[in-house]
Design a protein around this ligand. Structure first.
Ligand SMILES: CCCCCCCCCC/C=C\CCCC(=O)SCCNC(=O)CCNC(=O)[C@H](O)C(C)(C)COP(=O)(O)OP(=O)(O)OC[C@H]1O[C@@H](n2cnc3c(N)ncnc32)[C@H](O)[C@@H]1OP(=O)(O)O
Ligand SMILES: Cc1cc2nc3c(=O)[nH]c(=O)nc-3n(C[C@H](O)[C@H](O)[C@H](O)COP(=O)(O)OP(=O)(O)OC[C@H]3O[C@@H](n4cnc5c(N)ncnc54)[C@H](O)[C@@H]3O)c2cc1C
Length: 667
């Protein structure tokens, strides 16, 4: 989408492209229909002044939040007035590009009711939620516990005499703390609390608790609720009202406990269904799978800015070429930037696969087939962890790749980072999630002689072969073979998992020993996830990629795989599967890939199809007219509202005019 002012400083770059740009745009959007919806919704948002992002980083919190409420309300009105479909509505909110209460309402409150509510409960609550007659949030985390869900302290005690639950926050640490949308917007909270019947604690269950009046939005009696305070960065995640919540013996009807997985009868009997209790974590799995595509989108925004700017920016020169060199010509710039470009493509491909994995497990769950749940949990947890960590670091790297100007909010990168970095923590701390993957790997290995592993763990079935055979690469081009690459990632992951499993098996089985080995367990989980990412990127390429883009995708796929191999060379070498020389050969191949990316780099980021409005970056503008817009932008700075700064009379003038003798001055 070209929406610049007609001048195209990057036209020369675009003329070099060697692939079908339009086909790539459609591929990245996930298909022709998705592409058309995306284009339409992006333009709708860009052309509506209510959605303007201008000045967001300069607004005080109260104004920022009010403006965010205004945008969310306007988005909902637009969806209704234009009769947009659910997919179109989702896209529209995506392009509004501001974390807000509706993310949690649609992304967690509704999915949790769908996953954990009985049909009757769904009929009661979903119509209200769909028309936004109620606004819901997901209130799980407390001041004292986030990762350890079993450690939550809020109680829901059943009172058979009134057929009600009494919701209570017994300690300071039991205060719900962090839920998005809770602070100021929500009328209802999906509260995770310990279910107690007849003095017996049945563990954590989900309850729908009304928290604010539907008449005047005031907190209901005995409910204490508010916003937890300003968060990291300007703008960023501060548009969200992450909240606190305390109950003082608040009564809710028995039917407000979500009862698909367990019921409490009128006379107070607790009855568990035969479904696994982990289905209670379903809303988290849903969001974790979606986070992979989201990571690709965030990373692609940072990479678009850094690639376009690197093609515009010139520094130094050399005696072989006239003028100064574009910084994108420097190998060091390429070696930091192009792997991130390839990563954004990899995450897109893997994100598409995650969607199909999720759809498959949902279908199975409906048929009461829970067999793939552990693998899906490991996959969603692990890929959420890796992709968010890499993306957060990648955005920061792109900021550095833009030199000094990257540090200006006008680059769009500081705000992008501030909005994204909490993804490493929310929906599961990234280390905690990798430890879940490690537990899955240990369990799979312990059963490998009896149960053949399937899906993403299938390679562990070949553990013997993978542990004995070594890499056969003897020349650089031997690496240009996806089977060779896959085997390297499989062998490294299998060997790392087997090594730590063996060490644990030789020990006493104590918790202390397990703790001692957690760094290695996390490394082995990371290796497993990197294998999934590489293998699924390859698999996606091999299934019906259009001719006009296949070659470029192959180059990106090799770039991604080689950079992963080289960045983790220590692990590959330590397992003994590859030699130092083989790593050196991969490094040379990676440089060849950079040469292939270079003429296509700008077109490859154009293919993400981010509008200037969505990017919000003077450095990443489509037309490359960076300097004019940086300069113009400075005049919007509030300090420049007056030529002589406010404060001059009180604070600057006295300094300049007192003419006091400075005793320490040597002048
Ligand atoms: C299109 C989609 C949109 C997406 C777009 C993104 C936009 C998102 C916008 C929203 C933005 C922010 C939202 C943020 C919301 C939140 O943060 S909500 C709170 C999230 N909190 C967490 O993630 C807490 C992390 N902790 C846990 O998940 C668990 O407590 C933990 C797994 C660490 C441990 O659980 P325990 O119950 O204590 O379990 P264990 O005893 O360790 O394990 C028991 C077995 O259960 C298996 N397990 C665990 N989790 C799951 C699961 N989710 N599914 C299936 N199975 C699970 C575990 O592996 C054990 O199995 P085993 O017995 O070993 O076989
Ligand atoms: C922006 C944002 C939005 C959020 N939105 C919501 C929401 O809508 N609803 C909601 O319920 N929650 C929400 N949360 C809370 C979030 O889900 C939790 O903060 C997250 O799950 C991490 O838990 P914690 O804060 O308890 O971290 P902790 O577990 O206290 O982590 C602190 C450190 O300890 C380490 N650690 C902890 N346990 C172990 C262990 N066993 N082994 C090794 N290391 C360990 C962690 O790796 C981490 O380094 C949000 C959080 C943020 C930042």
């Amino acid at each position: 989408m070209q929406d610049g002012n007609g001048l195209d400083h990057l036209a020369g770059e675009r003329a070099m492209a060697q692939f079908d740009l339009q086909a790539m745009k459609v591929y990245l959007a996930g298909g022709q229909r998705e592409y058309e919806i995306s284009t339409k919704m992006a333009q709708l948002v860009a052309n509506d002044p209510v959605f303007s992002k201008e000045d967001r980083v300069r607004l005080a919190r109260k104004d920022l939040y009010k403006n965010s409420l205004r945008k969310a309300g306007h988005a909902w009105k637009t969806i209704l007035e234009k009769g947009l479909s659910e997919v179109e509505g989702l896209k529209l909110r995506h392009f509004v590009d501001e974390p807000t209460y509706t993310d949690l309402h649609w992304g967690m409150f509704i999915p949790a009711i769908k996953g954990q509510g009985t049909e009757e409960q769904q009929h009661k609550w979903l119509p209200l939620a769909y028309k936004m007659a109620i606004i819901g949030c997901y209130a799980q985390t407390e001041l004292g516990h986030g990762s350890n869900v079993q450690g939550l302290e809020t109680t829901a005690t059943f009172d058979p005499t009134t057929d009600e639950f009494i919701m209570h926050s017994p300690t300071v640490t039991s205060t719900k703390w962090w839920p998005g949308g809770l602070g100021k917007a929500s009328t209802h909270a999906l509260v995770y609390a310990r279910l107690i019947t007849d003095k017996k604690d049945h563990g954590i269950h989900a309850f729908i608790a009304p928290i604010r009046s539907l008449e005047d939005h005031t907190p209901l009696p005995n409910v204490t609720v508010g916003d937890i305070g300003v968060k990291f960065g300007n703008g960023g995640y501060n548009t969200m009202d992450n909240g606190f919540l305390r109950f003082d013996h608040v009564r809710i009807p028995r039917e407000n406990m979500l009862m698909r997985l367990a019921t409490v009868t009128k006379d107070g009997k607790y009855v568990r269904s035969n479904k696994p209790r982990q289905l209670g974590y379903g809303a988290m799995v849903f969001v974790r799978q979606g986070i992979v595509i989201d990571a690709s989108i965030y990373l692609s925004r940072a990479v678009t800015i850094a690639v376009r700017y690197s093609a515009v920016r010139r520094q130094f020169g050399n005696k072989d070429e006239p003028g100064e060199l574009q910084v994108i010509q420097y190998r060091t710039q390429q070696s930091r930037l192009f792997p991130l470009l390839a990563t954004a493509y990899a995450y897109r491909a893997v994100g598409f696969w995650m969607k199909s994995l999720y759809a498959d497990v949902m279908k199975r769950l409906n048929d009461n087939d829970f067999s793939t749940l552990p693998e899906v949990h490991a996959c969603t947890a692990g890929l959420k962890s890796i992709t968010t960590s890499v993306t957060a670091d990648g955005i920061e790297e792109c900021r550095k790749l833009c030199g000094g100007h990257g540090f200006l909010c006008a680059s769009g990168l500081p705000e992008l980072y501030a909005a994204y970095v909490p993804a490493c923590t929310y929906e599961g701390d990234n280390t905690i999630l990798l430890l879940q993957v490690a537990r899955f790997l240990l369990k799979t290995l312990s059963q490998v002689s009896k149960v053949r592993p399937v899906g993403t763990a299938a390679y562990l079935g070949n553990i013997k072969q993978l542990s004995t055979q070594n890499c056969k690469v003897s020349q650089g081009h031997d690496w240009l073979n996806t089977s060779v690459l896959l085997e390297a990632f499989e062998a490294r992951s299998a060997r790392q998992a087997a090594a730590v499993a063996l060490r644990l098996a030789k020990g006493s089985g104590s918790e202390a020993e397990f703790q001692e080995n957690t760094p290695e367990l996390v490394e082995s989980a990371r290796a497993h996830c990197q294998l999934i990412l590489v293998s699924k990127f390859i698999e996606q390429l091999q299934t019906g990629t259009p001719e006009g883009i296949r070659k470029q995708l192959e180059v990106l796929c090799y770039t991604y795989a080689f950079s992963q191999l080289i960045d983790n060379a220590g692990d590959f070498l330590a397992t003994g599967y590859v030699t130092g020389n083989q790593i050196a050969l991969a490094k040379e191949e990676l440089k060849h890939m950079f040469d292939k990316i270079r003429p296509n780099a700008v077109a490859l980021v154009d293919a993400f199809d981010h509008t200037d409005d969505y990017l919000g970056s003077a450095l990443g503008r489509y037309d490359g007219d960076v300097y004019t817009h940086l300069y113009k932008g400075a005049f919007k700075e509030s300090l420049n509202d007056t030529v002589v700064v406010d404060g001059y009379e009180e604070y600057l003038k006295p300094v300049l005019t007192q003419n006091l003798w400075a005793p320490h001055s040597k002048l």
